[in-house]
Design a protein around this ligand. Sequence first.
Ligand SMILES: *[C@@H]1O[C@H](CO)[C@@H](O)[C@H](O)[C@H]1NC(C)=O
Ligand SMILES: *[C@@H]1O[C@H](CO)[C@@H](O)[C@H](O)[C@H]1NC(C)=O
Ligand SMILES: *[C@@H]1O[C@H](CO)[C@@H](O)[C@H](O)[C@H]1NC(C)=O
Length: 399
Amino acid sequence: MESTFLCVFSDKLWAPCFFRSIKMFMLVSAMVLAALTEGLQVIGGNKTVVQGGTVVLPCQLIDTMETLSQISWQRITRGKLRNENFFTILPTDGPKFVDGHDERFRYIGIFDDNNGSLQLSNVTLMDEGTYTCIFTLFPSGNHKTEIPLNLLVPPVSSLEANPPVLGDKEVSLVTCTAAASKPPAEVRWLTGDLAGKLRTTTSSTEHGNGTTTTISSLFGIPSREINHQVVQCVITNAALLSKQTLNFTIQVHFPPTDVIISEWASNSFECVTEANPDANFTWKRSDNSWPQSAVRVEGASLQILSMTSHLNGLYQCEASNPYGTKRSHLYLHVSSAGCTVYWTLLILLVILIVAVAALLYLQTSGKLQRIREIISGDMQPVPRSPSASDRADSHDGGL
Ligand SMILES: *[C@@H]1O[C@H](CO)[C@@H](O)[C@H](O)[C@H]1NC(C)=O
Ligand SMILES: *[C@@H]1O[C@H](CO)[C@@H](O)[C@H](O)[C@H]1NC(C)=O
Ligand SMILES: *[C@@H]1O[C@H](CO)[C@@H](O)[C@H](O)[C@H]1NC(C)=O
C-alpha cells in the first residue's frame, strides 16, 4: 500500500511502479492465502456402483480454519453433458436442488463438519460421469475435488437355438448372448466330452450408451451323437456377483427311426421309435373298422380289453413328427376264440342241456300241460283223470 502511494507522485515511474505494486500485492495475498490454506484438502474418491444400486459420493474438507460459506455440487454425466451446478448446501437454507428435484440424491454430510457427501440411489447408466464437489471458503475461495462415478451394468443373458436337422455340414447349434453389459462380459462354453467336435465363435458390439453385447455361437455337425448332449454357456462380468451358467441341451431334429411294436404286458402293445422332436403315434386297423369297446388306445399303447374274434386283423402303428413318418404292423389273431369265448360257449351249452332235460322231464311227467294252461290264462280246472286222447288234443291245439 505504501509503495502505491509513493508512485502516484512520480509521473514518469507511475506505470511500471503500479504494476510492480500489483504484483507485490498479489504475492502478499498469495502468501497469506497459502498460509491459510496450507494443508487444506478436499477428499473425494473414485466410486463404482452396479446399476440400480446406491452409492455415496464422498466429499470432505479437512485441515482448514476458514469459514465455510457454501458447498455445491456439479456434474457432467451421460445424462447431463454440460457441467452444471445441480445441488447446493448453504448454512442457512440447507440442501437445495438447483435445477430440478431428483429424490434419488440425498445430502448425508454435515455442514459444520465440512462434509459435503451425497448419496445417490437407484443409479442408472445416465448417472455415470464426473461429480465435482466445491467448498466455498472465506476468504480463500473455492476448493474442489472430482469424483468419477463408474457404472457396472450386468448383462441380460439368453440362449437361442434353432435346432438343425440331421446332416453332415457344420451349423450353428446355439447362440449365447450377454446383452448390454458394462464392462463387456466374457462368454465361454463348457462342452465336456464334445470339446473336440464343437467350435465356438465370439463377437461383441459396443453400444452408444457404453454397454457392450457379447455373442458366442457354438457350431458343430448335427449328428445323432451330439443330440441331447448338455453344454453350458458361462458368463462372467464384474457387475455379476457370481458367474452365470446357462445349461443347454443340444437338439438335432430327425424323423422317426424304425417303429417297433412290443408287448410290454399281456394284451398291451406299445409302439416305440426314436425321433426328435418326439413322435406322435396313431393306431389304425387296416379295414378302418375299429372294435371300440374291445381296445383302448392311449398314445403309443394299444390295450386289448376283451378277447373277441372281432379283434382279428391287421393293426398299424404310425409314428410321425414334422420331419417324417414311419409305420409298423401288428397282426392280431384271437386264437381258440380266447378263453372267455370258450367258457361262454361252454356255459351256454350247459344251460341249454339243463333246459332241454328239464323240458323233457316236465313233458313226460304231465306237469307241463298244467303250467302252460296257467300261463296262457286258461283257468279251467284240469280234469283229474283225463283220457290220453284229450290230453293229446289239447296239447296239439296249444301248439
Ligand atoms: C476409477 O476406478 C476405475 C476402476 O475402479 C478405473 O477404471 C478408473 O480409471 C478410475 N478413475 C480415476 C479417475 O481414477
Ligand atoms: C428406487 O426404485 C425402487 C424400485 O424401482 C422404488 O420403489 C424406490 O422408490 C426408488 N427410490 C428412489 C429414492 O427413487
Ligand atoms: C444401452 O443400449 C443398448 C442398445 O441400444 C440397449 O439395449 C440397452 O438397454 C441400453 N442400456 C441401458 C442401461 O440403457
